[in-house]
Design a binder for this molecule. Structure first.
Ligand SMILES: NC(=O)c1ccc[n+]([C@@H]2O[C@H](COP(=O)([O-])OP(=O)(O)OC[C@H]3O[C@@H](n4cnc5c(N)ncnc54)[C@H](OP(=O)(O)O)[C@@H]3O)[C@@H](O)[C@H]2O)c1
Length: 376
């Protein structure tokens, strides 16, 4: 039987044609590395832009390698040759028209610029997507306060954030099944930063990946970690976020928009997030509250916990956590109401949800090898 802290969603193998950019997962977190390639051969301006992108991506990757080498205690050695890094950061030609690519690129740059000096809390940042978000924000020059339960991991992430350029970086260990701790994290941001610009709610508690076992107490416990702590932190942080005109970013899942098999407790908690935060967003509009709420609908991502838990059952490649983390942050900074990542694996199936639910169910089930589960 499978079990994990992290569950996913990524039920259907949709064509890749909606994927607007190719991204190499091993590329570090510099935003330039995530920007799409500017194509159009013969267009000298686009070519120059592309060369600048490559140069910045190369520099970004080298910085990351240096930090990793320093942390390993093996001295500052950048092992990749410029040629290797060039190959690593190279991106394929995209189908997008160059003008459209320029817009996407500009939006990336705007989001990055907006986050410099911002004060951000990230929960669940000792691993996976949360950890990657911390590194992106560090490179953007934000102040970060990260939290999770494992102090050793948090310490390492904070050290790396400082080396990557974070304006400041702190951690506070604790468990989100304790609402007093959830409030304490927010108070700590007030004490350390004197305010807050962005609250990123990302952590999830342990659950199983299997048929529902009838344990309703587990559902209640998971609701506390995955949902009630999110609501608690939001309420506690609102005065600071109102003062700064800030952002709340809620990391949910495709499983929080469409009920998926083998994830009954998890899916329940993610649906609760949609209900709470989508209602609250509407109320903010009525009340002229200048705080944005971004709900992130995420597909199957290549974090260790997700891959270890579901890869034997779900027949779909996992998307890169680095790019996923960047898209979440970007959506928050640009005050988008929802982020769909990967777009083709989340937004397109959503079109079927209300108009052809049976077809969607058929496609989802087709993508699950439940026999592999039984063999466990
Ligand atoms: N990866 C995917 O395929 C996928 C797909 C869709 C949505 N998502 C969403 O993306 C987010 C991140 O997922 P991920 O794959 O990056 O997960 P992950 O790598 O397992 O990270 C989960 C984080 O939550 C922390 N955590 C676990 N239990 C906790 C508790 N009781 N109190 C406080 N923190 C706790 C973990 O650290 P400690 O163990 O140190 O506490 C860790 O930092 C989640 O909201 C998930 O639902 C992921």
């Amino acid at each position: 039987m499978g079990g994990s802290q992290s569950l996913l969603s990524a039920p259907v193998s949709w064509g890749q044609s909606w994927n607007r950019r190719h991204y190499h997962p091993s590329i570090a977190t510099g935003h330039t590395a995530l920007s799409p390639k500017l194509v159009s051969s013969g267009d000298s301006e686009a070519k120059a832009k592309r060369q600048r992108q490559h140069a910045r991506a190369r520099q970004s990757r080298q910085e990351e390698l240096q930090v990793e080498e320093q942390q390993d205690g093996e001295g500052v050695v950048v092992e990749n040759t410029p040629q290797e890094v060039e190959e690593e950061v190279d991106v394929e030609d995209s189908d997008m028209d160059p003008a459209q690519e320029d817009v996407v690129c500009a939006m990336d740059d705007v989001a990055v610029a907006m986050l410099k000096g911002k004060r951000v809390i990230i929960t669940g940042a000792s691993s996976g997507i949360g950890e990657q978000m911390a590194y992106h924000l560090a490179k953007m020059g934000s102040h970060v306060l990260i939290t999770a339960r494992t102090e050793e991991r948090l310490k390492k992430v904070v050290e790396k954030c400082i080396k990557l350029g974070s304006s400041s970086a702190y951690y506070i260990p604790g468990s989100m099944d304790n609402m007093t701790f959830a409030k304490q994290v927010v108070h700590e941001a007030q004490r350390l930063f004197g305010g807050l610009d962005m609250l990123i709610l990302n952590h999830i508690g342990y659950t199983y990946f299997d048929f529902f076992n009838g344990d309703v107490d587990h559902v209640r416990e998971l609701l506390e970690i995955n949902f009630l702590s999110y609501a608690t932190m939001t309420v506690e942080a609102l005065p600071m976020l109102k003062a700064s005109g800030g952002n709340i970013v809620v990391v949910s899942s495709f499983a929080g928009k469409v009920g998926l098999p083998l994830t009954v407790p998890y899916s329940t908690t993610k649906f609760a997030l949609d209900g709470f935060f989508s209602s609250l967003r509407m109320e903010f509009k009525h009340q002229n509250v200048n705080v944005s709420i971004t709900l992130c609908v995420i597909s199957y991502i290549d974090t260790d916990s997700a891959v270890n838990t579901v890869s034997h059952v779900i027949q779909q490649p996992a998307a890169p956590k680095e790019e996923c983390a960047f898209e979440i942050i970007k959506g928050g900074a640009l005050r988008q109401r929802e982020v769909y990542y990967q777009y083709h694996a989340t937004k397109i199936p959503m079109l079927l949800r209300d108009w052809a639910p049976e077809l969607l169910e058929y496609l989802v089930l087709k993508n699950y090898d439940v026999n592999a589960l039984k063999k466990e």
